[in-house]
Design a protein around this ligand. Structure first.
Ligand SMILES: C[S@@+](CC[C@H](N)C(=O)[O-])C[C@H]1O[C@@H](n2cnc3c(N)ncnc32)[C@H](O)[C@@H]1O
Length: 290
């Protein structure tokens, strides 16, 4: 005779306690357990409470246990779930690319609110990773009935393969290109260039929390000795790739506002601005070509 599996309520309590013992913060352990249980049971996490008394199948219990073990070993929740919402789209996420962050949704919002958004014909996302920025913008353009061409560039073939899959899932038309920054674009070919480039100084990458350092691609994080290697190059190359009046939008590190403002000023951009994220940190920089 097989012993019955515990009721869902007990599994959730045990799962949260297990994650807590393995260093997941108290305010996240319960929510993460519920997200994993929701994934296994194919139920929206908010409805789990309606099923508290039910006993999941032994297969479901084993699947949840395996996921909790991966999480306890430090793997990010998003990679275990395999998909994650970003702005108005849901993306596949794998260790091939950075997990899209809420701050980057703020970058998308800045582009959508910009006066040049509506009439821009060619929009380029540099360092596309999962495709997050290009796909969120392409989704918004489709909803607004705006015809635009979207180009998404990355140096990493693995990230591009994932981004292509996301574009196919979402049925959004984006052209993907493997290249080093803007180096292979014809002059004056873009109206808007958007990028969340790697911007963490190399020496700080090793000091990042293990769930980031050991699981997300170093190419997505490491911005060179002062974190500005890719940003510096983008600011210069965008002066060629943008059409007159075109705009560059960047996500930056919280202590890079002053340096990036200077780089934009020196490269001849107008309407240079640095803006803060919801936490009050300098996070976005932008400029327009005269
Ligand atoms: C911080 S991640 C951003 C990913 C995605 N745009 C997002 O916001 O979630 C930076 C991305 O830039 C790519 N990358 C790094 N250096 C690059 C370069 N020189 N040219 C093109 N892409 C680059 C990395 O592979 C990575 O996908």
């Amino acid at each position: 005779m097989t012993t019955p599996t515990p009721p869902l309520a007990e599994l959730l309590d045990r799962g949260a306690a297990f994650l807590l013992r393995h260093g997941v913060p108290p305010d996240e352990a319960r929510a993460q357990t519920e997200l994993l249980a929701g994934e296994v049971l194919r139920l929206p996490p908010l409805t789990l409470t309606l099923h508290r008394a039910e006993r999941p199948s032994p297969e479901a219990v084993a699947a949840l246990r395996a996921m909790l073990l991966r999480r306890a070993r430090g793997e990010p929740l998003q990679y275990i779930l395999g998909r994650w919402p970003f702005h108005d789209v849901t993306l596949r996420v794998t260790p091939a690319a950075l997990i899209p962050r809420p701050e980057t949704e703020g970058l998308v919002e800045r582009v959508l609110a910009h006066p040049r958004w509506r009439d821009a014909r060619v929009v380029t996302d540099v360092g596309t990773g999962t495709g997050a920025i290009a796909l969120a913008l392409a989704h918004a353009a489709a909803r607004q009935g705006l015809g635009k061409t979207f180009l998404a560039i990355d140096l990493s073939p693995a990230a591009l393969a994932l981004a292509r899959q996301n574009a196919a899932d979402l049925r959004l038309g984006v052209t993907f290109l493997q290249a080093d920054g803007l180096s292979s674009l014809p002059p004056a070919s873009c109206d808007l260039i958007v990028s969340n480039p790697p911007y963490i100084p190399s020496a700080q990458v090793d000091a990042l929390p293990a769930h980031i350092r050991d699981h997300e691609p170093r190419l997505a994080l490491d911005g060179g000795p002062d974190g500005l290697d890719v940003i510096r190059q983008l600011i210069l190359d965008a002066t060629l790739a943008l059409r007159p009046g075109g705009c560059l939008f960047l996500e930056i590190g919280e202590d890079q506002g002053l340096a990036v403002r200077r780089l934009l000023d020196r490269a001849g951009y107008t309407a240079v601005a640095v803006a803060r994220d919801l936490a009050g940190h300098d996070r976005y920089a932008e400029g327009a070509l005269p």
